[in-house]
Design a protein around this ligand. Structure first.
Ligand code: ADE
Length: 413
């Protein structure tokens, strides 16, 4: 199987990046140590569609060490790092991805990776599952199951399951406690601001930062914006999340109001058209917009283009949209995930947990996939505890144990 990547000569830099993150991923190191010996995935094939950067590469290599044949593609045209793709090819994986691929190339890559005829899949955002349920249906009977990395992908899966159209068991890795509580909150919280700050080279303190969506990702984005000294405003559609934001100490208002006063806008809702024409029309000169939701539809870019008199790149990953009245509005990273398109994704210590969830979900499907009917499942609860224990040990953090009397008091035995 031929790989499709930008340039194999980039591999040395990719290897360096992978070596770096390995130092900070003790859960994955423990997994590698154990399962490279027992090789539970021997004879099995996997297709992985994830943001193709160093942490992802480390996990893909661990699946290979554990016996699997692995084909991998990117889950977003701008998040693939070409040196990482090259390093993985050198390490014997099948790689179909390059940075800045067109929409057509993006889906061709997934299609090509599927030629491996996978037993197990890992998806991020739902495009791989979608292709299996449409163009590549002949592969369905072979599949034991898969897991999904992100909130948006889980929404799509639940929709498919509700219509009775999901054809194999999928684990909502995103919904595991050890994933969303850390990845969505602390991961997105940090990597988003890292992406925005390295792209703009501007100060965050004192700015009005408008965060749309107060789910786990929005909570993280808001918490870190506050830490950087911003005046944080939340927009929400869910009354409960809006109250949470109020009691977390943030101002909450509709986007129509926030649009007039925001300096930086950040969308993390998973929905489309969160910022649209009527908002662009009232924004301040110099307002900046970025997205950290999975798809590039949260800021309505066609409408932004339509109401602008010009569009041009003014700095790497920053486009200026000049308005008829002379105002300049800025869009970061084409409205794609700013933390991956203009950064390196979540910190390694965080992806250590998320990919621990992914590994053990795949192992669970390997062992039990045939017993599960097509549906969306949570990762078994005890795996959360196992991952947390490995992480705590690696951090040198000890915790208390219940006494026999305490266990009895809580009716635990
Ligand atoms: N790195 C790899 N996958 C990622 C994801 N889903 N979010 C952030 N960083 C990542």
């Amino acid at each position: 199987m031929e790989s499709m990547i930008r340039d194999i000569k980039l591999a040395p830099s990719g290897h360096d990046k992978i070596e770096w993150v390995k130092n900070f991923m003790p859960v994955m190191a423990a997994v590698d140590e154990k399962f490279s010996k027992t090789k539970p995935f021997a004879g099995k094939k996997m297709v992985i569609t994830l943001h193709l950067e160093a942490k992802t590469a480390y996990m893909a290599e661990i699946f290979k060490h554990a016996g699997a044949e692995v084909a991998i593609t990117g889950s977003n045209p701008l998040s693939t790092q070409d040196d990482i793709a090259a390093a993985l090819v050198e390490d014997g994986l099948h790689v179909f991805a390059w940075h800045g691929c067109s929409e057509e190339e993006y889906f061709t890559f997934i299609d090509k990776a599927l030629d491996i005829q996978p037993d197990i899949i890992i998806d991020d955002g739902g495009d791989l599952v979608h292709m299996l349920h449409t163009k590549r249906r002949e592969l369905l009977p072979h599949i034991l199951g898969g897991s999904e990395e992100t909130t948006t992908g889980v929404h799509r899966l639940r929709g498919l399951a509700k219509e009775g159209k999901l054809e194999f068991p999928m684990i909502a890795a995103n919904d595991a406690y050890m994933k969303y509580l850390f990845d969505n909150r602390y991961g997105t919280g940090q990597s988003t601001w890292d992406g925005i700050m390295r792209t703009t080279n501007l100060v965050i303190a004192g700015k009005n930062v408008v965060i749309s969506g107060y789910g786990w990702c929005g909570k993280g984005g808001a918490m870190r914006a506050r830490g950087l000294g911003a005046n944080v405003i939340i927009t929400e559609v869910d009354p409960i999340k809006a109250i949470e934001a109020v009691f977390d100490g943030f101002r909450v208002m509709p986007m129509d109001e926030a649009a007039k006063i925001g300096d930086i806008f950040l969308t993390l809702t998973g929905d489309k058209d969160v910022i649209r024409k009527r908002h662009f029309q009232v924004m301040k000169n110099g307002a900046m917009m970025a997205n950290s939701g999975h798809f590039d539809c949260e800021i309505n870019i066609p409408e932004l283009e339509q109401c602008s008199v010009s569009r041009r790149t003014v700095r790497n990953n920053i486009e200026e949209f000049r308005q008829p009245d002379g105002r300049k509005l800025y869009l970061l990273a084409e409205g794609r995930l700013v933390n991956l398109a203009a950064g390196d994704g979540h910190p390694a210590e965080i992806m250590d947990l998320s990919f621990g969830v992914q590994f053990f979900s795949a192992l669970h499907l390997l062992q039990h996939g045939r017993e599960l009917k097509p549906d969306v499942y949570l990762m078994p609860e005890e795996i959360n505890t196992k991952i947390a224990e490995i992480k705590l040990q690696s951090l040198g953090v000890a915790i208390d144990e219940l006494t026999a009397e305490q266990r009895a008091y809580l009716n635990l035995d």
